[in-house]
Ligand binder design. Structure first.
Ligand SMILES: [Zn+2]
Ligand SMILES: [Zn+2]
Length: 326
């Protein structure tokens, strides 16, 4: 048994980047401290309001809801509401949605399920069945963001919280560097909320993925199901993920360095001004005259029907466990 560096009781985790062994209690303290510090940087919680939490039923968003509920337990002026999205991915969503609803009930957090079928008249399964140049994940990500933002705004939420962890953030930052996509890089951290767009926050961005998993296990938050989408993440993100894990193993703390470095640059950079319009079709915020969701769906519907068998599509149903949805 390895003793906790703080109190000598048996430890549940060794953090290579900090050199600490932590018992369950001190691990909890460490996780909560990092989340509180992250929340402070958003500067919106001095006054109260409603916080929408995107809840997929996977381990990240489940830990997100659980920790936010704990952290805000003494704040009567802050109301959490869980937003769940049913994208229509059979064999995957039924389970995770059930997990998600059960957790929200257990935490006494109201929850709403938003459905692709109801909102867009189509499911990801139907999109994935067709011959596409783009992976279904492209549709899924864009449509989910659209739907979450819309409902959070209708609920007058002061923020929309998502479960991105340190690994996701470091991967995204590195990916955007590798692609030279500076605009997208800076859009990661909006300095202030923009009209029509609910302020997106990532309270777990300083918690490593591994620690999210350990936290979930300790609290019995995510007891069954794999929770990752059967549609595999795009190849380059997976490469970056593997590279990052290799570097982290040799040089513990690298993921934090990437995040810190990016945050410093972000502070120095001018607030990139993006003119937001109203989508001509659906009225939601859009970069141009038509929003990305409407563009994708119109492009999809304009395509001639050419069904292909599910099994022949390399992008679907590989049962990968690596899927981290946004
Ligand atoms: Zn301890
Ligand atoms: Zn639109």
């Amino acid at each position: 048994m390895v003793p906790c560096s703080r109190c000598g009781r048996p430890s549940v985790i060794h953090q290579r980047y900090s050199g600490l062994n932590l018992c369950a209690e001190h691990f909890e303290e460490d996780v909560q401290r990092k989340i509180r510090e992250t929340l402070r940087t958003y500067r919106i919680f001095s006054r109260g309001g409603r916080v929408a939490v995107a809840l997929s039923g996977g381990k990240d968003s489940s830990v997100l809801l659980y920790t936010l509920k704990r952290i805000f337990s003494h704040r009567r002026d802050i109301e959490l509401i869980a937003l769940m999205v049913d994208e229509g991915i059979s064999g995957y969503r039924e389970d995770t949605l059930q997990n998600a609803a059960a957790l929200a009930d257990r935490l006494d957090v109201p929850h709403i399920t938003l459905s692709f079928r109801e909102e867009f008249g189509i499911t990801i399964d139907e999109i994935a069945e067709r011959d596409l140049h783009q992976a279904p994940c492209t549709y899924c990500g864009v449509m989910r963001k659209h739907l979450l933002n819309k409902r959070a705004r209708e609920l007058n939420a002061i923020a929309l919280a998502t479960g991105h962890n340190l690994d996701d953030e470091a991967q995204t930052i590195l990916l955007n560097y590798l692609r030279g996509d500076v605009d997208r890089l800076f859009r990661l951290l909006p300095k202030r909320p923009k009209e029509g767009l609910v302020y997106r926050i990532k309270p777990l961005r300083r918690i490593p993925e591994r620690e999210v998993a350990i936290y979930a296990m300790i609290h019995g938050i995510f007891p069954r199901g794999h929770g990752s989408c059967p549609n595999v993440p795009r190849a380059m993100r997976l490469e970056v993920k593997n590279i990052l894990n290799e570097i982290e193993a040799r040089h513990p703390g690298t993921k934090y360095s990437i995040l810190r470095g990016f945050d410093k640059i972000r502070e120095l950079a001018p607030d990139i001004h993006v003119d937001l319009h109203r989508c001509e079709r659906c009225g939601e915020p859009a970069g141009g005259s038509v929003c990305k969701t409407c563009q994708l769906l119109e492009g999809f519907r304009a395509k001639p029907l050419s069904h292909k068998s599910k099994n022949s599509c390399p992008d679907v149903r590989l049962g990968s466990s690596a899927g981290q949805s946004e």
